[in-house]
Design a protein around this ligand. Structure first.
Ligand SMILES: *Cc1c(COP(=O)(O)O)cnc(C)c1O
Length: 390
């Protein structure tokens, strides 16, 4: 028997920020009190701050999908023409939600690992007059690909369409200038780069989207943007909030503010770059080589090894919980996450473990070659602060 520490290394839920975890112990608090109102208000204000937007931010007790659904039911009417970009399992979720609510959906589909190009969206908008909404993933977590939301925003701004961005793994991993790029709705979730457990979803809402909410007719009750905005202004949620997760989020947001959102993004991007270099050294291929995201790196398993075996080996040998492919990608790819509370020490371990696992399954590996690639990226980026000697 050896000691094996369990480590959660998936792209959601992600590793927890320890002070946030401790903050949850104060959840023996009632939500209709001034103490909690203070926390709730600062969480809303801090989310706005780290998202870098002047738009309102609305928060729900839900996983990310709840906020996705809220964007549909509050801003659209049955039969509205919308464009859904679908390049993976989460794009498929947009198609499912919009169809479930009887929107008239045009799905722009790309192969898993690819993205929907801004040009295709521009053409679809030009070919379909009266489009009321465009839906996309900033980062498609299932494939490790990132959409060019800035360029897409340029095509959508100036039309009557609301641009709805699922940035659940985009926030904190890529620059997103919500106000300047015309991102009308930007959705986030607590269990991704925000380093706390699942249970809270949030979204920013632009003036253009609020205007649409005035005329939209789809029914909604629990996820009511206008009602929630009114409650939020008073430091309350309309229904019982996820108190424990709000307390955790408050703590994590202080950390993100201290770090700086741009440094959180840079951290993910650096780890992603190092991961790409490492797996390249180990002779493995990326699943989304043309537009890799910094939230998660999807790696193709070697031809003769099922990725489920690699995932299982990570868990059995090292207690490391990493992500398999989803749907038809299961068994084909494994995913190494970088979003939120991940650091180089995590990555050194993950890559060393990967070398050992590949070697054990007959894949030719020069021990240390992947780790060396990470070390080079670390050294070149001069990540360490200079140590002051007294
Ligand atoms: C995690 C995730 C979601 C939300 O999933 P939930 O399980 O509802 O939190 C949506 N989109 C993307 C891109 C995600 O990574």
């Amino acid at each position: 028997m050896h000691i094996k520490k369990q480590r959660l290394l998936t792209p959601g839920p992600t590793p927890l920020y320890p002070p946030a975890l401790r903050a949850m112990m104060a959840s023996d608090i009632h939500h209709r009190t001034d103490d909690f109102r203070g926390v709730y208000k600062s969480v809303l204000a801090d989310l706005k701050k780290v998202m870098g937007t002047s738009n309102d931010v609305i928060l729900f007790a839900a996983s990310g999908t709840g906020a996705m659904e809220a964007s549909v039911t509050n801003l659209f009417s049955p039969g509205d023409k919308v464009i859904v970009c679908s390049a993976g399992k989460f794009g498929e979720r947009w198609a499912e939600i919009t169809k479930a609510y009887s929107l008239d959906v045009t799905v722009l589909q790309s192969e898993y690992g690819d993205v929907v190009t801004p040009e295709r969206i521009r053409q679809a908008l030009a070919a379909t007059p009266g489009v009321k909404g465009v839906f996309v993933q900033a980062s498609e977590t299932s494939t490790g690909a990132a959409h060019d939301v800035r360029a897409i925003g340029r095509s959508v701004t100036g039309t009557e369409a609301i641009f709805v961005v699922d940035a659940i793994t985009g926030l904190g991993t890529m620059p997103l200038d919500i106000d300047d790029w015309g991102l009308d709705v930007v959705i986030g979730g607590s269990q991704k780069a925000f380093m706390v457990p699942p249970g809270v979803a949030f979204l920013s809402v632009s003036p253009k989207a609020w205007k649409r909410a005035e005329t939209a007719t789809l029914p909604h009750f629990y996820f009511d943007l206008k009602k929630e905005k009114k409650s939020g202004d008073k430091g309350e949620s309309s229904w019982t909030p996820s108190t424990a997760v709000i307390l955790a989020l408050g703590e994590a947001l202080c950390y993100v503010k201290e770090l700086g959102m741009s440094n959180l993004v840079e951290n993910a991007q650096l780890l992603a770059r190092a991961t790409r270099a490492a797996v390249g050294q180990l002779g493995l291929e990326l699943f989304a080589p043309n537009s890799p995201s910094a939230s998660v790196t999807a790696v193709k398993a070697p031809r003769d090894i099922d990725s489920s075996v690699i995932v299982k080996e990570f868990r059995n040998r090292f207690g490391a919980i990493i992500a398999n492919g989803q749907g038809s990608m299961k068994g084909q790819i494994f995913r190494i996450a970088h979003l939120g509370y991940f650091d180089f020490a995590d990555l050194f371990a993950i890559i060393a473990e990967l070398e050992i696992i590949l070697h054990a399954h007959g894949h030719p590996v020069k021990f240390g070659s992947g780790v060396a690639a990470v070390e080079h990226v670390y050294a070149e980026a001069a990540v360490a602060q200079p140590v002051s000697v007294m």
